[in-house]
Design a protein around this ligand. Structure first.
Ligand code: NAD
Length: 232
């Protein structure tokens, strides 16, 4: 195969697991002992905003205490080498890609670093701990929320992501279970447009059979090795 120039990497919770941030489906559909319906849906937020804020405040604190690992840093190294056009699309809401040195990162499921007004759509940087009764600085509505894309909501940056998938020579999925759409369809979207596809995951995922190649192991081993092979 020709050397890939345009690369789209999709990352999921698995790339941050070795930094000490829990994945989501690993423990029978619970995220840090909470039901997804309670903490990651607009309905859960409407039922109990204080619980949802407590949950994301704890995730924000855990992410701030975590350090980027060798996998995050390897992707940044690939970008910095400048020989490939690399777009990182992440489902993660932590900022470990950026703190590992990467740029050109699209957070399709939002970010713990952001606050969003459900009333008027205004966005601003989230404080370390968001109080549930925090008023929006633009419209003063009392129910501000973390700028996280919940189940049933439309992910961010989709037009840009689909354009990049259509133009990609190589699509690589790292540390994602392939159970959350539309990200779970990216490998097929990219393949249909002519890209080669590679999966790097701890274990076979729901989508492994759809990839041209799949390698199993921890991200901190697989990702640096893959980057080394590209830069060799
Ligand atoms: P997921 O939890 O559903 O799946 C994680 C995948 O990573 C699994 O397939 C698992 O086998 C693999 N994995 C676990 N440890 C690994 C390692 N050390 N190396 C390589 N692979 C490893 O994650 P998802 O597919 O990203 O979906 C979860 C959703 O929950 C996302 O939408 C995301 O927004 C959210 N979430 C985010 C974070 C974060 O920001 N770090 C953490 C948990 C959940």
């Amino acid at each position: 195969m020709a050397t890939p120039h345009k690369i789209v990497v999709l990352t999921g919770a698995g790339i941050s697991a070795e930094s000490g941030i829990a994945t989501f489906r690993a423990a029978d559909g619970l995220w840090e002992r909470h039901r997804i319906e309670d903490v990651a849906t607009p309905e859960g937020f409407a039922r109990d905003p204080a619980l949802v804020h407590r949950f994301y405040n704890a995730r924000r604190a855990a992410a701030a205490a975590a350090e980027p690992n060798a996998a995050h840093k390897a992707l940044a190294r690939l970008q910095a080498a400048g020989r490939h056009d690399l777009l990182i699309v992440t489902q993660n809401v932590d900022d470990l890609h950026e703190r590992g040195g990467a740029s050109n990162v699209l957070h399709m499921h939002g970010s713990l670093a952001g606050a969003l007004c459900a009333e008027c759509g205004h966005r601003w940087p989230a404080p370390a701990a968001m109080p549930p009764e925090d008023p929006c600085p633009a419209c003063a509505a009392p129910q501000t929320r973390p700028d996280i894309v919940w189940f049933g909501e439309i992910p961010y940056h989709m037009d840009q992501i689909w354009d990049a998938l259509r133009e990609a020579d190589l699509f690589v999925s790292i540390g994602t279970s392939g159970q959350v759409y539309p990200a779970a369809a990216f490998a097929q979207d990219a393949a249909r447009a002519g890209a080669r596809t590679l999966e790097l995951n701890l274990e076979p995922s729901a989508l492994t059979a759809e990839f041209d190649e799949a390698r199993q192991g921890p991200a901190t081993r697989l990702v640096p090795a893959w980057v080394d092979s590209l830069l060799a």
